[in-house]
Every structure is written in structure tokens, then in C-alpha cells.
Design a protein around this ligand. Structure first.
Ligand SMILES: Nc1nc2c(c(=O)[nH]1)N[C@H]1C(S)=C(S)[C@@H](COP(=O)(O)O)O[C@H]1N2
Ligand SMILES: [Mo]
Length: 252
């Protein structure tokens, strides 16, 4: 664990080297301290590393802002979605009784959970903003089971660094590092504004992490894989979105 003065030193070092002798030194520092995001190889690679590294060092334990009930948006709007697959429609017709979330990879006990299983875990809620990168946002109350709770149940191996989450929507998946996976506001979310999570908002289950922008909050998630490397997942840059040019780390 990096203590405060060391942390400050690294941040100062990253900033200074970025300004002065070029970004390569900063990138090497970031690499050394495990602060390189999986999409670092792109055109904006060094910039992505610096954003991720300084955010991680400065805000690792901070919370996204929570709002009072009076601030809940009267009309949250779901993003447009592609047509659902036949598999999805079949599960939906059965009230999602056949829905499973499977967890595999670097865990001691791979497992699969029904929505009922997840609902029987301790639930948490928060009233937070969902902010789309396109500029709109709304505030809602989100209810679910903290991802950290479920990861504890299956037992994450110590070398794990990322949690990959996969949607039932084709080609839709993303990943977060362990700091975000274990963050207390990161939920496997099944409830919204006092009801079941509507399908339009990702029901029966979505990732809800208010510390990152909308597109990291993948809907219809059905599989989690714990891993120490993003190589071997798609093009190895951490998500379908970052393959399309979006930042893998999109912290707010
Ligand atoms: N499966 C899936 N998840 C998704 C998306 C999507 O198109 N498909 N869009 C993302 C984007 S860009 C945003 S801003 C949020 C929007 O969430 P909402 O539709 O519940 O408002 O969902 C994210 N999760
Ligand atoms: Mo978005």
C-alpha cells in the first residue's frame, strides 16, 4: 500500500515529468506502480495513463456524491437500445426466473446466482447521478448488492486485478479494476426508485458504479470474470467501448 507522502511524491513526479522531460518517464513510473490502464496503447495512451494514475492515487477511496430523496429526477430516461436477442426475450417472458449471473476466473469458488439469490444478499442503496458522456444525466435511487459482497462469497484470488462484466446484449462488455470493484458504491443493481430495475434501464441486473460515467454502467449483465490481465478479452484494451475509442477509465 502506498502511504500518503509516497503517494504525493508519485503524483508530483508524474506531473513534473509529464511537463518537463516528456511523457515516457511518467509512463514508466505509472507502469512501475500498477497504474497503467488496459487501453494505454492507443493514440491517447500516455494521457490515459496519467489521468488514470492521478485519479487512482488521489481518489481511490472517495465516494461519489449522494443526494437527498427530493433530488430524484421525476423522469429518468433510458438510452436507446438495440433490439433484444431471442435468448433475452425468452428469459424476459419467464419473468427472468431462468436468469443467471455466473462468476468465474480467478476465484476460489466459481458460482452462479439467480436474481432471487442476489436479492437474498444484504442490499444497499444510494441516490446518485448517472451521467452519460453525451452530456445528459439524471438522479435515481439504485438498489442492489455491493459487488464486493458477491466477490467475497466466491473468494477473489490475491493476484486478481480486474473484474470483467459481460452483457446479454451482443458485443457489450466492460471491465473495472479491483479498486472500483471493491468500492462501497459499486453495485450489482436490480432495483431503481423503489421498483424492480426496469428492462429499459438494464433489468434484471446492471452494473452501477457512480464513480464512473454512464457507459461503464453496463445493462443486462450475466457474467463476471475475475482476471489479472485484460489480454485475451477482445483486443485486450479492457472493454468493447475502449475498442471503439472511448477511455477505459472514465472516472468522475
Ligand atoms: N447493455 C448496454 N448497457 C449500457 C448501454 C448500452 O447501450 N447497452 N449504454 C450505456 C450508456 S452510454 C449509458 S449513458 C447508460 C445509460 O443508462 P440508462 O439507459 O439506464 O439511462 O447505460 C450504459 N449501459
Ligand atoms: Mo452514455
Amino acid at each position: 500500500m502506498i502511504n500518503l507522502s509516497r503517494r504525493k511524491l508519485i503524483v508530483t513526479g508524474l506531473a513534473a515529468t509529464a511537463g518537463a522531460s516528456g511523457l515516457a518517464v511518467a509512463a514508466r513510473l505509472a507502469q512501475k506502480y500498477g497504474l497503467v490502464p488496459p487501453d494505454h496503447g492507443g493514440i491517447y495512451g500516455l494521457g490515459e495513463s496519467l489521468t488514470y494514475a492521478s485519479q487512482r492515487l488521489l481518489t481511490r477511496y472517495s465516494l461519489a456524491r449522494e443526494f437527498p430523496r427530493s433530488r430524484i429526477s421525476p423522469r429518468p430516461f433510458p438510452n436507446d437500445l438495440d433490439p433484444f436477442t431471442e435468448d433475452f426475450k425468452r428469459l424476459q417472458a419467464g419473468g427472468f426466473a431462468g436468469w443467471r449471473l455466473s462468476i468465474d476466473g480467478m476465484v476460489h469458488q466459481p458460482a452462479s446466482f439467480s436474481i432471487t439469490d442476489l436479492k437474498s444478499c444484504p442490499s444497499r442503496g444510494h441516490i446518485t447521478e448517472l451521467a452519460c458522456e453525451e452530456g445528459w444525466s439524471y438522479i435515481a435511487e439504485w438498489v442492489g448488492v455491493p459487488l464486493s459482497y458477491v466477490l467475497d462469497l466466491v473468494g477473489v484470488q490475491p493476484q486478481a486485478r480486474y473484474v470483467v462484466y459481460v452483457s446479454m446484449e451482443p458485443n457489450t462488455w466492460d471491465s473495472i479494476d479491483m479498486a472500483d470493484a471493491l468500492h462501497p458504491q459499486t453495485f450489482l443493481c436490480y432495483g431503481m426508485n423503489g421498483s424492480e430495475l426496469p428492462v429499459a434501464h438494464g433489468g434484471p441486473l446492471r452494473m452501477r458504479l457512480p464513480r464512473q460515467v454512464g457507459y461503464k454502467n453496463i445493462k443486462f449483465i450475466t457474467r463476471l470474470t475475475v482476471t489479472d490481465s485484460m489480454k485475451g478479452f477482445g483486443k485486450g484494451v479492457g472493454s468493447a467501448a475502449s475498442e471503439a475509442g472511448y477511455a477505459w477509465y472514465a472516472g468522475i
